[in-house]
Each structure stands twice: as structure tokens, then as C-alpha cells.
Design a protein around this ligand. Sequence first.
Ligand code: BGC
Length: 742
Amino acid sequence: MNTSLQSLIAAAGLMLAAGAYALTPDQEARIEDLLSRMTQEEKIGQLNQISGDGYSPRMSEAATKGTAGSVLNEVDPTVISRLQHDAVEKSRLGIPLVFARDVIHGFRTIFPIPLGQGATWNPALVEEGSRIAAKEATSTGVRWTFSPMVDIARDARWGRIAEGYGEDPVLTGAMGEAAVRGYQGNDLSSPDALAACVKHFAGYGAAESGRDYNTTWIPDVLLHDVYLPPFKQAADAGAATFMCSFNEINGVPSSGNSYLLRDLLRDSWGWNGLVVSDWGSIREMIPHGFCEDMADAARKAANAGVDVDMESYAYLPNLAKLVEEGKVSQATIDDMVRNMLRLKMELGLFYNPYAPKSDASAFYTPEALEAAQRTVEESTILLKNNGILPLKGSQKIFVTGPMADAPHDQCGTWSFDGEKSHTVTPLAALREKYGDDAVIYMPGLAYSRDLSTDGFAAAVKAAGDADVILYFTGEEAVLSGEAHSRADISLPGAQTAYLEALKAAGKPIVTVVMAGRPLTLPTESRLSDALLCSFHPGTMGGAALARIIAGEVSPGGKLPVSLPRMVGQLPLYYSAKNTGRPANEITLIGDIPLEAGQTSTGCTSFFLDAGVAPLYPFGYGLSYTTFEYGAPELSASEMAADGSITVTCKVTNTGSVAASDVAQLYVRDLVGSLTRPVKELKHFEKFTLAPGESRNVTFTLTADELAFHNAKGERIIEPGKFHLWVDNSSLCEAAPVEFSIR
Ligand code: BGC
């Protein structure tokens, strides 16, 4: 390894790091002046975040006395305004409050869940949606969102897989960065800018067995190569705040992890924003077995670098005493307060604390609804199509399934502020598009967990009168998200049995899955003539799906996660290692002869009952046209360790309709001092081509992007040979092109 190059890379990493705050000297002086006049109680009050409960005596007192610096979960503009008046006009120093909310995938206009946004592979769209969410939320006075979540998730049992952008660090990093830009806009002090909060730092998605809040064990190499890069990218994009995670990593809870919060985030990455705890996560270091009591928890969190205590109530009663006892320094407290005052200064709250008069016209604007619909169109993944889609001409349609008309559930997890009266369901949209007479509707099952088969016979009979069955299936919103992990990730209730029953109608079946995670769908894939996945698509889900079904637009989504066949394959991700015995010979359980010999099934790395491949791979998604990818052309077959090559690939739309596709560049480092994954996504680009149209997709691949961390924690670039593919899924069936780093 070339050590001078390694230090060059390390230095470049530091230089690139963008600070979250860039205040003027006057603003910094104003903060210093305030700090010099604050009592210890007022300082510690700034570090306390409380959940709102309306304009209550408790809240008003917190605002007036300054025992809270920020409030979460208050979205009533009148309450926000009254509390802000109390803070600014009645507190001793007039320091404004900042109001926070989990605006995760839209405020009123609900966009697809983040996993669905990941399926767009279109960062510009994520930025646009986040900007719209910011405009809607800030109209109430909320100026801080706890989003984006950039936790890599490779286990679909984890309910919070819904809240991130999938399994891959490059895709997640691009989407997280786009969300930060969208929320914050060009200028945080603009009244419609929402401070982003990148969460959950770090490794939360690696919860053992996908059970939420569970322990994580993450080897350093994986932490640095997979889990941390999206956080670094969001920090570099200027995210104003970070949230530490609930989980422990390798025995140290994130809320007390000074390596993560100080050494890495601040000292190495050069980020200078504010760190908030997760809800109660400081207190939870006691049951973790890391802290003796609340004072110990407050001490460890403050010293580790958690600036704000969200709902643990550990800081308020303990920090002053900890300073007196010399367990937390006054300088540490002052730095923590500075971070909070800087956030408020950046947001312009010292000059302009009140939101402009709120009125409902900020919500559900035509622009917002159009963008939400477009996002669903671009995120819906066509997994299978035997030609039934798009529907041709006028047809009699049998619409069925528990998600066909579920306005609450199609909005998914964390849609606190969306109103289901605004949701367009598939049933409503199909009736509008095809006319009431063309649509026969019978739900078959009342909700996703419904186990009753009572409605099946009548539904199958009614389906017999239609030309096609559209089966809307999936999970209710409550089955994914925080604290909603599942050990069985097949369709809940009797939904698979219902599909089996529907087959008796003898009509083609289009199955549309709306869920908060990748589900195991082998039976659904086998029995359906077409299979669409739109995760939980939000407010405009039905309108977009009706357009897709009618062929007005081609589904544009690609899987941001591998879709498993069986839960036992988890964790599952495309960028796995090859092993010493890759599964090039597979004997499945049904093919094993009786009394077969011990080694007769082949001694390679696979499951007897599931093989090794996912049902559908990462990056996969069909459309209503076909694309041909030429062999990638490289500007050179060799690059220096500080160099780059240009990769060009000609793509042609060989079908008969205009559609989008995503060119994905994967590499494999053939031999490493630590073994390397069989494939890693390095770049992607989404584009639209007319029928017959071609274009060259060009990527610049730098040697730096091929760096990885070695066992000593050093980020290195190793000389050697690589394989490269450009294709529209991680399958990469064409032969790779070889290049090397010298
Ligand atoms: C979640 C966070 C969220 C916070 C505030 C916690 O339970 O883990 O993601 O931002 O609550 O609502």
C-alpha cells in the first residue's frame, strides 16, 4: 500500500468536510454575549427538549423560564406562536424556541415512504419532495425535522427499513444528501427552510435479527465502508443536526459514544452542527447496562458529545451538579449551548422568530400533489409482467384486496400530519379513470391481517365477470416503522390464501403490493400475471398506480433492497462476499434423491430450501419497454492510485414506448488484502429515452471511490485488477470489463 497516498486521502477527506454552520462574526459575537449573560439554569434549559402538549401551563412555563430550548411534536400554528411569544417576550433573555417534528416523507402531502423514494433512484425527486415537505411544515412554525434517516438496512424484518433508502451506501448517501438539500434549501434562515437531522448515528439498521432497538455488532471495516459513508455525505452536504441512535455498537450505546460523536463526527469529519439524543436514549443507557443512574447517564452523554437531551430528563436535574463536581466541564456545557444557539441563529430565529401567518393554502398545492404522484410513478417497481400490463382498451376490472381502498394505510409509517381524507386510493382513481361501470369492487379481506376467508367465494364469483383482476395487497401502515419488526415477512393475514382462491376465477391477475418493507412474495410472483411493488406510496398512490396500470406512464422504480424468497435468507444484500465455496451448484430440497449421500447436494454456500439468490435482486425493475446496454468503454484500462477513468455505455430503448431506466455501475475488486464484495455499486444515473432512442451514459470512476478500510482502520487504495459492469440491475449478466489500479 502507498502510505503517502493514504495520507493524501485522509487530508482530502478533512478538507471536503463542510461545516453545518457558517455564522458571521457579528452573529458569533451575539452568541458569545448571550452566553456570558446566561445563568447555568438557562444554559441547561437550552439543552432540554420537551414534547409539546398544547398551550399548557407546563409548556408556557418552560418557554417563559427557559427550561426548554426546543419543543417537538407541536404543530398547531397558534400554539407555536403563543409559546414563541412567551419565549421571546417573557423569558429573561428572550431566546426563541425551535420547534421540531418528524417530517419523514411529507408533512400534509404524504410522499412515498423513504424506502419507496429510494426506489426512484432519482435524487432530484427526493430533493423536490423534501423541499415541498419543508414548505408545508414551516408554514406552521416548525423549523426542524428529524429526517433523513440514512441507516443502511439489510434485514427486512426490521420495521424501520421503511424509513431509509435501502441496503446500499451509495444509493442511500445520494438520497440522504438530496433530502438535506431539499429540507434546508439554499439558506437556512429563509422562513421556509427546515433544519435537517441526520439519523440514527450510527449502525441502528444492523439491529441483530432485525428486532428494533436490538444490540448491534459491527466490525470496524463494515462500519466505515458501509454504515458510516451516508452520514459523512450528509454532514458534508451541510446537515444542521445529527441524532444519535438508540442502539449500542459493540457494547457502547451511541448516546455515550465519544468515538462516534466527537472523534469521528467532529474531529475527523470537521462537522460543527448540533447533536440531539434520540427519544429517551440518554436514560436508556441505564437498562443497556452502561450507566448506573441518571446522573451517570447525563455525564456520559454530555462528555460523549450529545448536545440536546430529547425526553430523557437527564440533563435538567443533573448537569449543574456534574459541573460542580468537576465531572463535566463548564467548557463542555458552553459548547453544547453554543451549538443550540447557533442552530437558532442559522435558522434566523433571533431576527424572525414567528412563522408568517399560517393558512391552509400551503398544503396539498397542485405542485405538491403532482410531485407526490410523479414520485410514486418513479418509485413503483414492475417485478413481473407477462404482457398483461398495461391494460389494453376498455376492460371490465375487478378491484380487490385490503389495500385497494385503505387511505390511512397506503400512507405508511410516520405520516403524523397527513390527512386520509386527501388520500387518493387505487379504487377511487380507477373508478375515475375507467368509469364506475367498468369497475367491480369487493375487498375480499377487510384489512391486511384479516384471517377470515368468508368473503372469498363471493369475490371469486364476482371476479368471473371481469376481464382482469387487480389485487391490492400488502401491509397496514402499523406493521412497519419504529418498534414494528416482524419475524415473518410474508403477506399477513389470509392474503396469500385469497390470491390462491382468486386463481379459480380464471382471469389474469395483476398484484400490487403496498408495504413498509420488502416482503417474501414467491407465491404471489408465481400466481400473478404481473407484480408491482409500490411500498407505501402516500397521498397520491392511487392516482399514480391507475396511470401505470392504464399505460399512461411506465413504472420507473428499481429495487433499493434485495427482495428475499424466504425470511431465513436474511440478512440479504447484493454486495456480499464470494466465500471459498460460491454457490455455482445448487441442489434444492425437492431434488434430493432418497437416502442421498452426505455430499451429493454439492458442498457450496446455499440454502437447500431457498438457494442463494433473492427472489428479485437489488437494482431490478422492469418497464413497459426494453433497454439494451452496450459494452462499457473505458477511457483507459489502467489508472493511477490518485487517478480516474471515464466509463461510457451506450443505452438504447429497444421497445415501443418512452420510459426511464437507471444505468448502474458496479465494480468488483478481484483480490484484496481483505476480501472484497462480489459487486459494489459506485455510480448510477436515471434517464428517459423515447422508443428507438440511444444515449451514452458517462461516469467518472476515481480510484478514491475504490478505497476501503483495512483491519487497522486505515482507508486504503490497493493496486490490482477490477471487474466493471454497467447494467440496469445488480444482476449484471453481461461479461465484465477489466481494468486495474497500478
Ligand atoms: C425515533 C426517532 C424520532 C424521535 C422523535 C424516536 O422514537 O427513534 O427517529 O425522530 O422518536 O419523534
